[in-house]
Design a protein around this ligand. Structure first.
Ligand SMILES: *Cc1c(COP(=O)(O)O)cnc(C)c1O
Length: 419
């Protein structure tokens, strides 16, 4: 498989990967926290990662392992680790690789939780950062040249909806031997960064992957480590060379398990992983439907919204990202679009007039959701940060669900006509 979207391929792959042909068809939930070992020798082998059996549920369990295998295939990766949440996946990856004194580069607009993690929490632990817009290649290249250790980027800016030139950024990170982590939460199946050459993909599986809002979860997916000349062998990653040399191809997994999840405990639970797999079965159908609906709704709203309310989505000719959308995100860029109502008061009025749309701080649900950004997720941020993240005073973020697109558009139009 190359990076082209093939929904029918994924429809087949995902239902069969999640289900079992013999025995219980649905995945088995193994909630045990501990696992008995056959004998002392096996215990030694499990702890040395030489025997592939469960050790203790904080570092993995069989239900998580099933989910990890499915997501690794879906992303074209070599292995994966399921985590307690999307933030768990991001913090696992960052804490596994970064030390005090290291620097992160963050490209583009960011989800509020990630922005706060980088800007507040990691800073408290001595990990510095810089931010830049997706096309500031001068900044990107100068950071890479000074030997930073990690680049963090979202496949689609949330809620800014800016689209990065993913391939160009991947190529630069590979040229300068720097780890690139892409948060692919809004675009599972639509974008496959590992196949394009990225190192790590993270997801909040709470969102599109599940769709049902019934399970908080995350997952990090890794490429295989190259037998020779892998970027992890660059001197700047000296503190993990021992693991890389010992574990070879699969080294990303023990690096994250031994340096983050074992000590910090952001592990997925079996029931959550089961629920995530139930969502994955239908992911391909849902992604195709939602992304078609997003375009349809954006076009209707663009044509019919009253003066003073505007819609933003890269599929619209008025969007600065329209050319990149057509070239690189031809099957869609996820469930989001935004409305700018000008002021907070007008945004509140519109939201409170909606009949079927749910007001909540989530995205990628099977139901359509909406939320005023400035007063909620971004309320702790100063004006400058909000400006960088594309959060204007009257901004409403919408996440389109599975309902009839005409009905969703009508709901927004009737609400917009009251303000
Ligand atoms: C929601 C979200 C996260 C965080 O995921 P949780 O499962 O809520 O911890 C990270 N990145 C993006 C893009 C998100 O939308």
């Amino acid at each position: 498989m190359n990076n082209t979207t093939n929904f029918e391929y994924f429809n087949t792959l995902l239902v069969h990967e999640v289900g079992n042909k013999v025995g219980p068809v649905a995945p088995t939930i193994t909630p045990s926290a501990a696992f008995g070992y056959t004998d002392a020798q096996e215990a030694e082998g499990i702890f040395a990662s030489q025997v592939n059996k469960p050790l203790y549920a904080r570092v993995g369990n069989p239900t998580n392992a099933k989910l990890e295998g499915i997501v690794a295939k879906m992303e074209g990766g070599f292995g994966a680790i399921a985590t307690s949440s999307g933030m768990g996946a991001i913090s696992m990856v960052v804490t596994a690789f970064m030390n005090t004194g290291d620097e992160l580069l963050c490209i583009g607009g960011f989800f509020g939780g990630t922005y706060a993690l980088v800007n507040d929490t990691l800073k408290r632990f001595g990990v510095s950062n810089s931010f830049c817009t997706v096309d500031d290649f001068e900044h990107i290249e100068s950071a890479l040249k000074r030997g930073i250790k990690m680049v963090l980027m979202e496949s689609v800016g949330n809620p800014s909806l800016t689209l990065p030139d993913v391939q160009r950024i991947i190529d630069l990170c590979n040229k300068y031997e720097t780890l690139l982590v892409i948060d692919n939460t809004p675009t599972p199946l639509l974008l496959r960064p590992l196949i394009m050459g990225a190192d790590i993909v993270v997801h909040s599986s709470t969102k599109n992957m599940s769709g049902h809002s019934a399970a908080l979860g995350g997952v990090a997916v890794f490429r295989a480590v190259k037998e020779q000349g892998d970027k992890l062998l660059n001197p700047k990653y000296a503190d993990i060379h021992k693991i890389v040399k010992k574990m070879g191809k699969k080294a990303f997994i023990p690096i994250c398990k031994k340096r983050a999840i074992r000590d910090l405990g952001m592990t997925a639970n079996a029931f959550g992983s089961f629920m995530t797999m139930i969502g994955l079965e239908t992911l391909s159908l849902r992604v195709e439907r939602v992304n078609k609906s997003v375009e349809r709704i954006a076009f209707i709203l663009d044509e019919k919204l009253p003066d003073g309310v505007s819609v933003n989505h890269p599929c619209l000719a008025s969007s600065p990202d329209n050319a990149r959308y057509k070239a690189d995100f031809s099957d869609g860029c996820g469930p989001l679009l935004t409305l700018d109502c000008g002021t907070k008061e007008r945004a509140f009025t519109l939201l409170n007039k909606l009949n079927i749309v749910i007001q909540t701080a989530n995205i990628g649900d099977n139901r359509t959701l909406a939320l005023h950004m400035q007063s909620t997720i971004y309320s702790d941020f100063d004006d400058e940060a909000r400006k960088f993240l594309g959060v204007s005073e009257g901004l409403i973020r919408i996440s389109i669900g599975l309902e009839d697109p005409e009905t969703i558009a009508e709901d927004f139009l009737q609400a917009a006509n009251t303000i």
